[in-house]
Design a protein around this ligand. Structure first.
Ligand SMILES: Nc1ncnc2c1ncn2[C@@H]1O[C@H](COP(=O)(O)OP(=O)(O)OP(=O)(O)O)[C@@H](O)[C@H]1O
Ligand SMILES: [Mg+2]
Length: 459
């Protein structure tokens, strides 16, 4: 691969000059660094195609350099070099993501083979990543905010247990990604992962979807068919939108969860199943229970490990990372050159509150890419598409209205927003706003804010 750029890192001048000469003869674009510090700076300044990294450097050892790079998200292909390579170091290096390990003295021939293999592999990996992004198949949960770190911990906890999980969260927060992550991290990861969207399947078909049917069980059932429970046995069954399950099915599901046995529709044989249920809903199941639409006993069976996925507005610091990710994904899917967001556009995106959460952000980026012809999407383009266009005084000013009344509107909105943020929790809302609890109550009364008009769990 001529013209590929290689950074050689070693503190021995001899080695640097020998290897550089050999690689330049093969048309590589070669650069050198004598210690870790220079390496970091060169890598920050330029995207190299390959790093040849010595294990022993004067200021830091090569494994630490490799680890630091990977933790920082740099995935440049790396070939490690060592004078006294022990197996342990080699194993550790590959575990950290080095492509291979060469022992000094390094022959030109073996060096070139290692470089070609490594570059070829990196290219395949990049293409694979691109394809996945284009097809929307990446299912990594992105975000480094405190709440996301907590969520990942929670997911790890849920993965390790074998109990049923109930995922709650507003629409578009990533519940489906969480469900998959729980399965992937669990002891059942090698087993099947089946999914049923309880809101999308007509109620009369849910039973056969879940439990399967025998031939002739109902009109159209010409062949025997295994249901999701049977197919998920040994693995995980994801019941999405479980809050929409019809009452009759809730009773049947409960029985299966108690007995770990199913019967196919139209059949009489009892089939044992070993299934872990991960359920999700964007409904407030407690309210559904209070209002008689969801069974409390089924809720208890499902909600052994609750996982709450936070709305995007509670982690706006994740917006830049997510926006960049969707930008790349959308550009790849539309076969466009990579676009970027101006600083101002990014700032604007980070100040919106996303009632539709991550899905809304993704859709927004998609519209920005398609509607903006320029390489750089600037603040104006972003403002034109954001539902809050010109939010601020413009939203509240009504010509001919006394200031007192306009201020009341603003105050009411702010309190409603704060209450929503704290899921209707009065004490937390009052503390957040720097008010006495009783004062907040008084204001709510004066502004005609009724508590039951708020979503979330009321306390
Ligand atoms: N943390 C995240 N990192 C990357 N992508 C995310 C993240 N959270 C959500 N997404 C993406 O946002 C979109 C919505 O996520 P998902 O379908 O999991 O939401 P949901 O909570 O199941 O919503 P709904 O209740 O409407 O079904 C998906 O395209 C998903 O890939
Ligand atoms: Mg979903």
């Amino acid at each position: 691969m001529p013209h590929a750029s290689v950074l050689i890192v070693d503190d021995e001048k001899n080695i640097l000059s020998t290897l550089s000469r050999a690689l330049r003869l093969e048309d590589f674009d070669v650069d050198v660094a004598g210690n870790a510090d220079i390496t970091y700076r060169k890598l920050a300044a330029k995207a190299y195609d390959l790093l040849l990294l010595d294990v022993q450097l004067p200021d830091q050892d090569g494994l630490t350099v490799l680890r630091t790079l990977r933790e920082g998200g740099n995935d440049v292909p790396v070939i490690m070099m060592s004078g006294h390579g022990t197996i342990e170091t080699a194993v550790e290096a590959t575990r950290l993501g080095a492509f291979t390990f060469l022992e000094k003295p390094i022959g030109t021939e073996s060096l070139l083979i290692a470089i070609r293999n490594s570059l070829g592999f990196a290219q395949l990996a990049a293409e694979n990543r691109q394809l996945k992004e284009a097809s929307g198949a990446t299912d990594e949960l992105l975000g480094d905010s405190r709440v996301m770190v907590d969520l990942r911990e929670r997911i790890a906890l849920a993965s390790n247990a074998n109990a049923n999980v109930l995922i709650t969260g507003e629409r578009g927060t990533g519940k489906e990604l969480v469900a998959r992550a729980i399965h992937r991290g669990s002891q059942r990861a090698a087993g099947p992962y089946e999914k049923l969207n309880c809101a999308a399947v007509p109620s009369e078909l849910i039973e056969s979807e879940l439990f399967g049917h025998e031939a002739g069980a109902f009109t159209g059932a010409t062949k025997q068919r295994r249901g999701k429970f049977e197919r998920a046995s040994g693995g995980t069954l994801f019941l999405d939108e479980v809050g929409d399950m019809p009452a009759q099915m809730q009773a049947k599901l409960l029985r299966v969860l108690q007995e770990n046995e199913i019967e196919r529709v139209g059949g009489s044989a009892v089939i044992r199943v070993d299934v872990r249920i991960v359920a999700a809903t964007n409904k407030d199941l407690r309210r559904e229970i209070d209002e008689g639409r969801f069974r409390a006993d089924l809720h208890d069976r499902l909600n052994v490990l609750p996982v709450r996925v936070p709305p995007l507005r509670e982690r706006l610091e994740d917006v830049p990372r997510l926006a960049e990710h969707f930008l790349r994904q959308v550009c790849a899917a539309n076969g466009r050159r990579g676009k970027s967001l101006s600083e101002g556009a990014m700032k604007l995106l980070t100040s919106y509150d996303y009632p539709g959460n991550v899905r809304e952000l993704r859709n927004l980026i998609e519209r920005l890419v398609i509607l903006t012809p320029d390489e750089v999407v600037d603040e104006r383009a972003a403002r034109a598409l954001l539902p809050i266009a010109g939010a601020g005084a413009g939203t509240y000013y009504r010509p001919g209205t006394p200031l007192r009344r306009m201020l009341a509107t603003v105050e009411r909105d702010l309190i409603l927003r704060a209450l929503e943020h704290h899921r209707g929790h009065i004490t937390n809302t009052a503390a957040d706003l720097g008010l006495e609890r009783s004062h907040l109550y008084k204001k709510m009364k004066a502004l005609e804010i009724r508590r039951e008009s708020r979503g979330g769990d009321k306390r």
